[in-house]
Design a protein around this ligand. Structure first.
Ligand SMILES: *Cc1c(COP(=O)(O)O)cnc(C)c1O
Length: 334
């Protein structure tokens, strides 16, 4: 269901787009999406181990002529990163970075590690799931040279967890690579609380922490996979409290137009007064939490360096810190 084309892909739907996350518009260099203050998405290949029909990047994935997977462009991407000191986290994706030849991947990782302000490297990959034979001891030895290196795999259904995937994850985890999983909520595939719960339990058993559960993006061809946000909330309701916190991913909608990921969860805070909060738990038990009578905020510390933030990216936390009074839409005044 995830990879075999079906006629229903041809059906158009309201708000359907080719590049629903506006990634191309947020790319200072081809393939480098700089959307958040301190981290970037670096697309390094259009090849993938699996051509998922709901792929958010189906506009380029599988296209051998797309601009961002040659050496000259890697150099441009690295150059941008060297000159952008606020980036401390680089997320390699594509396509699938683990389909690159080990030599090229090694060079790329070395290039990133040579940039002092890059603290963390992350890889998003479906190779352990669809091409587990790629995860050899030798390959893992290449990856572990570049710690701290994290990896997110992409599993949507417990049936994808094969003995081969379990072995691949064990190798990666034994090499000290923290593993996460990103799933997409897909109608007819995994849109049931018991399916997601079983998936999350099986992931935790192989040392993979469920990271995100995404709403399907508004990408052309994926209309028949779409669920409602409500279906996702019902799943989250069945997880939180009912099972280990480790097994509960963050449910997120990646906002169209490049708004980025926004978490959604059932409401647990029912009400609040100046000194008391009223919560409900997963069982429906309602209780209060009393606020402290004289809490003093910490003095704004001189010793914490102010992060370099582009104009407009402090957001609501900037309003709370008193830096601005309002955030206005463009042309709001006129
Ligand atoms: C998802 C994404 C990231 C990483 O987001 P996290 O919430 O830190 O995992 C970074 N850049 C872009 C463009 C993304 O889509």
């Amino acid at each position: 269901l995830q990879v075999v084309p079906r006629a229903r892909e041809m059906e158009a739907f309201d708000s359907m787009m080719e590049d629903s996350l506006s990634e191309d518009a947020h790319s200072p260099v081809p393939g480098l999406v700089h959307r958040y203050p301190d981290r970037v998405l670096m697309l390094v290949t259009t090849q993938c181990a699996s051509y998922c029909r709901y792929c958010t990047r189906s506009r380029v994935v599988g296209d051998p002529h797309a601009a961002f997977f040659n050496r000259a462009n890697y150099l441009k991407q690295l150059e941008y990163l060297r000159n952008t000191p606020q980036v401390r986290d680089v997320l390699l994706s594509g396509g699938d970075p683990l389909t690159l030849s080990p030599k090229i991947l090694d060079e790329l990782l070395a290039g990133l590690r040579a940039i002092p302000h890059i603290e963390v490297i992350r890889i998003g990959s479906r190779v352990p799931v669809f091409m587990p034979q790629r995860v050899t001891d030798e390959f893992v030895d290449t990856l572990r040279k570049y710690h701290p290196l994290w990896m997110n795999i992409h599993v949507n259904h417990p049936k994808e967890i094969t003995p081969e995937l379990v072995r691949a994850c064990a190798k990666l985890a034994d090499a000290g690579i923290p593993l996460g999983n990103q799933s997409v909520l897909l109608a007819g595939v995994n849109d049931h609380p018991e399916t997601i719960k079983k998936l999350c339990h099986d992931l935790v058993k192989m040392r993979v922490r469920p990271y995100y559960l995404y709403m399907c993006d508004l990408v052309q061809g994926s209309g028949h996979f779409r669920t409602t946000v409500a279906a996702g909330l019902e799943i989250m309701e069945a997880l939180r409290g009912h099972t280990s916190g480790y097994a509960v991913p963050t449910f997120a909608v990646d906002l169209p137009g490049g708004g980025g990921k926004v978490p959604v969860q059932p409401n647990y805070l029912l009400s609040q007064s100046h000194d008391r909060l009223v919560f409900r738990n997963f069982e429906g038990y309602i209780s209060t939490y009393t606020e402290p009578a004289n809490y003093q905020r910490p003095k704004m510390t001189q010793w914490i360096p102010k992060p370099r933030i582009e104009k407009g990216q402090r957001g609501v936390s900037g309003l709370l810190a008193g830096e601005e009074m309002t955030i206005k839409p463009a042309h709001w005044e006129t």
